[in-house]
Design a protein around this ligand. Structure first.
Ligand SMILES: [Fe+2]
Ligand SMILES: [Fe+2]
Length: 289
């Protein structure tokens, strides 16, 4: 599976798949196998996407001028993919709200974090995007690699998550390459120390905020206190243990010479595409959104 590369594979083509999910049928409130903690975790994650991915687009686009032609094209495809993800998670979040969840506290937290970052120079936003895109890509890898993560979930909703994961893997090198291009005049030490500090900070915020967000949604389902903590922490760290399983890939980010495509995991894309016949007929979007 793994091959070592220092850039994106030559034959990689980032192809936005303009798909829509869950518009026809109602999504059950506890869509993830009737499990409170699993539904809460994925709902908490989804709450971050509309505003968060709009922020990624804005951060990377600021560095498109001056990018080599291939990277400029990839930035365009990346922004299109992320814009469609924002649209679909916005629709997903509306369905969660219609089923009775109040997401306002979670959304306010995301807005607060983004406002703080937007107040800093554009390179800080790009660094945060580059780190979060690695985070997203390793979550996406794990989600597609181990079917236990979405076992028992509502089919259409599981499909939304797999589709998103697939495109996150496909464009995982774009923010990183944009960052490498924007900081090419920096020393290796400065590059590494900024990216390491930013990764530690965004990881801390991600783990704290998503845990708090999931606990809040579990509270809305009547699960509180030690019972809520125990079931959420078990789900995150033990079984299926998403956070535990991405730990190695997360550490890889700090190694000298790291690039998101050091691990070529396009076999997961191929496997997904092969089992998602609707993709073949889905409208392909070439222009930036
Ligand atoms: Fe995305
Ligand atoms: Fe992304």
């Amino acid at each position: 599976m793994a091959t070592t590369t220092l850039t994106a594979p030559e034959d990689l083509r980032i192809t936005p798949r303009d798909r829509r999910f869950g518009r026809e049928a109602t999504t059950p409130r506890l869509w993830h196998g009737a499990r409170v903690e699993a539904t809460a975790l994925y709902n908490a994650l989804s709450t971050t996407f509309p505003a968060g991915e709009a922020f990624f687009v804005e951060s990377v686009r600021q560095f498109r001028d001056g990018a080599p032609p291939r990277l400029a094209d990839e930035i365009k495809a990346f922004t299109t993919q992320e814009a469609i993800h924002s649209r679909e998670h916005d629709a997903f979040n509306r369905r969660a709200a219609e089923s009775g969840y109040d997401l306002s506290a979670l959304e306010a937290r995301v807005d607060e974090r983004l406002a703080l970052t937007r107040g800093r120079p554009p390179i800080v936003s790009l660094a945060a995007t580059m780190a979060l895109e690695h985070f997203t890509a390793i979550l996406a890898h794990e989600l597609l690699a181990d079917p236990r993560h979405l076992a028992g979930a509502d089919r259409e909703t599981a499909d939304l998550w797999r589709w998103h994961a697939c495109e996150e893997i496909e464009h995982k090198g774009v923010a990183y390459d944009t960052w490498l291009n924007a900081t090419k005049g920096w020393s290796r030490w400065k590059r590494w120390s900024v990216k390491a500090r930013v990764m530690l900070l965004v990881t801390r915020n991600f783990v704290v905020d998503r845990t708090a967000g999931a606990l809040e949604l579990m509270r809305q389902d009547g699960v509180t206190g030690m019972k809520a903590w125990a079931s959420l922490l078990t789900y995150l760290w033990v079984r299926p243990g998403m956070f535990r399983k991405i730990a190695g890939a997360w550490l890889g980010f700090f190694l000298p010479g790291f690039h998101p495509w050091t691990i070529d995991d396009r076999h997961l894309l191929a496997a997904y595409d092969a089992t998602a016949p609707a993709l073949a007929s889905s409208k392909k979007v070439r222009g930036a959104a």
